[in-house]
Design a protein around this ligand. Structure first.
Ligand SMILES: [Zn+2]
Length: 78
C-alpha cells in the first residue's frame, strides 16, 4: 500500500498522528464530524454483525482441580 495521506490537507501521514499528518488536522477532522459536515460516501445504513472476539485463552496455565465435581458432602467424618 502506498503511503497514506492526511484526509484534511493531503500531506503525508505522520505515524504519531495517524491517520492525519498532525494533531491539528485531527482536531479539524473531529470538528467536521461534530458539526455534521461529514457525509459518508454512499454507505448503506445497517448493522454489520462482527464476530465477538474470544479472548479467553490460557497460554500455559495449570488447572488446580480436574474437570469434575469434587465430593463436598456425604463424607464420613470420624
Ligand atoms: Zn493534515
Amino acid at each position: 500500500m502506498a503511503a497514506a495521506r492526511c484526509p484534511v490537507c493531503g500531506r503525508p501521514v505522520a505515524p504519531a498522528a495517524r491517520p492525519f499528518c498532525s494533531r491539528r488536522c485531527a482536531e479539524v477532522d473531529l470538528g467536521r464530524w461534530l458539526t455534521g459536515q461529514y457525509v459518508l460516501p454512499g454507505s448503506p445504513v445497517g448493522e454489520a454483525d462482527d464476530p465477538a472476539p474470544d479472548g479467553a485463552e490460557v497460554p500455559d496455565g495449570t488447572v488446580p482441580f480436574p474437570a469434575g465435581r469434587r465430593l463436598d458432602r456425604g463424607s464420613g467424618m470420624g
